[in-house]
Design a protein around this ligand. Structure first.
Ligand code: ADP
Ligand code: MG
Length: 347
């Protein structure tokens, strides 16, 4: 999966809690896995149990990376990319199910989220400042279409029905891994924690009776905060055009690709999604980024589980209905517009 540099957001406790037990404490650990920064913070009654729980989360992240990395030639995902053009490739149920779930997101987002984006996406190399020519995009683009991926539920096989197809789970795998991490912690009796992988996080419980205060960063300055949201028991993902990118002749080439054009999506600077699970928020953050606020809010405002915050190229910050401050409406005034706006973010 992909790299992660300075992360999109940071967690700040609203208040620090007084430990009830002699050895109870907040514990944290950071490791580089899945090409990004994986972070776990938890409240443990016993440091031994806390360490064992963090070990288990990190081990599972490595397991998922080995399964789904498109950088590792031996991974089952790479095997699909190598062979699914010539015949069905069988994979284990876990990988099959995540690929299937990805197609569900493609369906509900009219193809804005599409793991076959990689058929064009592989032509970009952000570290080496390489992007495809228009001609290369024109040739590769017909292979971008999730409907040409044949999934056989009975045999757990994947087959590509168009030459040149590739898939990449970088847009959903970290969220999936974060959800797994939270499930592991819960099963071990942990009740307060946060698990983060790259731009995807999930908060378990609260911060000892108070919400966590989560910041969304300024697109051009990681030290500046655009807004803070109090959260507990929820997941959050941010996709930004400042994570993996390079600029050339005034154009920003970054890692979120519009499957319809093969170019980096340009309608927003960042899209943040809130929902119960990180698999949901990860998938939906690409969608929101590609579709842009208008279309994405139309979809998100119809789904009560989801909320969104957009930072627009002109500095406006837009919120979904669920995050809007309850503004008093003068008698007789029409209902407020579907989108709430805060003052522009200064450059
Ligand atoms: P992070 O990987 O740091 O969490 P994002 O959640 O924004 O960042 O995911 C970006 C990744 O999503 C890209 O690196 C790529 O692997 C994948 N991706 C890019 N465009 C799309 C798309 N249209 N549909 C599905 N996945 C995508
Ligand atoms: Mg992500």
């Amino acid at each position: 999966m992909n790299s992660g540099n300075a992360r999109l957001w940071s967690l700040v406790a609203l208040a620090s809690a007084a430990p009830h037990l002699a050895e109870a404490a907040w514990m944290q650990r950071t490791e580089a896995i899945m090409g990004t920064r994986v972070y776990v913070q938890l409240w443990a009654d016993d440091p031994g149990k806390g360490n064992a729980a963090m070990d288990a989360v990190m081990a599972d992240m490595r397991r998922i990376d080995a399964l789904m990395s498109h950088y590792k030639p031996a991974s089952p995902l790479s095997q699909i990319n190598a062979h699914a053009n010539s015949g069905p490739v069988q994979v284990d149920k876990e990988l099959f199910d995540l690929i299937k779930l990805s197609t569900h997101y493609s369906q509900i987002t009219e193809g804005a989220f599409d793991i076959t984006y990689a058929s064009v996406g592989y032509l970009y190399d952000y570290r080496r400042h390489i992007h495809p020519t228009e001609e290369q995009i024109r040739k590769a683009l017909p292979a971008v279409n999730w409907r040409n991926m044949l999934l056989d539920e009975g045999h757990h096989t994947v087959r590509f029905e168009h030459p040149g197809m590739r898939i990449d789970l970088g847009g959903i795998g970290k969220g999936y891994a974060v959800d797994h991490g939270v499930a592991i912690l819960k099963a071990r009796g942990i009740r307060h924690a946060v698990v983060t992988a790259g731009g995807d996080s999930r908060i378990l419980g609260d911060h000892m009776g108070r919400p966590w205060l989560v910041a969304i960063r300024h697109p051009d300055d990681p030290r500046k905060v655009v807004t803070r949201i109090p959260l507990s028991d929820t997941a959050m993902s941010t996709s930004g055009d400042y994570e993996r990118y390079f600029d050339e002749n005034g154009v920003r080439y970054h890692h979120i690709i519009d499957p319809r054009t093969g170019h980096s999506a340009g309608k927003v600077r960042s899209a943040t999604i809130l929902a119960p699970t990180a698999t949901q928020t990860d998938g939906m953050s690409k969608t929101a980024f590609v579709l842009g606020p208008e279309k994405a809010l139309e979809i998100i405002n119809r789904m009560p589980e989801y909320d969104a915050v957009f930072v627009c190229p002109d500095g406006r910050v837009l919120y979904s209905n669920g995050l809007r401050p309850p503004l008093p409406r003068p008698a007789g005034a029409p209902p407020a517009a579907a989108t709430a706006t805060s003052p522009r973010v200064p450059p």
